[in-house]
Design a binder for this molecule. Sequence first.
Ligand code: GDP
Ligand code: MN
Length: 396
Amino acid sequence: MNLHEYQSKEILSKYGVAIQRGFVANNVEEAVAAAEKLTAETGAQAWVVKAQIHAGGRGKGGGVKFSPNMDKLKENAQNIIGMQLITPQTSAEGKKVHSVLVAEDVYYPGETETKEFYVSILLDRAEGKNTIVYSTEGGMDIEHVAEVTPHLIHKEIIDPALGLQGFQARKIAFNLGLEGNAFKEFTKFIASLYNAYTGIDASLFEINPVLKTSDNKIIAVDAKVTLDGNALFRHKDLEALRDTREEDPMDVEAGEAGLNFVKLDGNVACMVNGAGLAMATMDIIKLSGGSPANFLDVGGTADAQRVQTAFGIILRDPNVKAILINIFGGIVRCDRVAQGVVDAYRAMGSLPVPLIVRLQGTNAVEAKKLIDDSGLPVHSAITLEEAANKVKEVLA
Ligand code: GDP
Ligand code: MN
């Protein structure tokens, strides 16, 4: 689950991570109030207005605007709220901006230069350990840095039993070329950041840029947090931060129905029980000349209600030209599933695309008979090969 920048920063702040301060605003009046409050609290003389969407590269798309005075701030808030923001990380249509973060300007002039760094924390699956990835080349596209100057990206692997060690924090600060107060500030920053990462069961933190201000403070100017969905049950308060407007409506509906669903861009929708069988089914679809429109694991109970919900979700996709149901009756009986499919079909009246049903396992023969006798235009199959051939037929 992804969070907005303003939500991420609030969490970081609770863990003692220094952040660029700001307040979220849903309209121009709130943006003005936010700016005034910031000035009262921090003395900020200028602000940045930052579009809150679940995608990076907002600066490049015109979603981050420096605002040196109140008129400019109003104008920027007016333009950004409600805009369709297109960034290198969104689709071509972009994302609608519902709110902005009004933040204090932290790039003020001072005795020394400001400097932008890149810091992320993520699980390195090959190492099986959390890893801090960092670079002196912050503020820009890290993928570009990785491609052109990979030697400027460093990694520090964290031992899960020990956590981030003091020497590691100092090593990172040293490699970033920091000294004096900024060095000390950075070691505090990275220790709190790592604490936050483990504390909320995150799967990704990306802070780009981490800024060394002209008065040698170290602060998070941007913050992208992804939470581990499997750990959300331990964080009811964080679950409430979910913004479903940012997610694909098909994913949202599937999540609410407890269906394990991933949308893909093919033409054959599939409905399967068990993740392994779902993968195998997607292979079969490929082999028969189609391409899977989704991954869908309906789980153990494929009753009429569930099947109908699943139909509803997969048929939202206009690319779908056929549906393949592939269920193995191990714990669940095939005739039950067949009845569920028939009932769901009848409840829907009709389906706009051909339906192929392959049921194997307990009571498979009874199940096939039930479908064949239903009088519905459903292609039934018992073997996977038969099912694949039927998919080929209906696509031809
Ligand atoms: P992203 O484009 O989605 O990654 O959004 P960021 O939060 O990283 O902001 C983009 C860029 O805006 C940063 O790299 C900075 O250069 C700039 N920026 C952010 N905050 C400030 C600020 O307080 N003052 C100024 N002048 N620029 C800022
Ligand atoms: Mn950024």
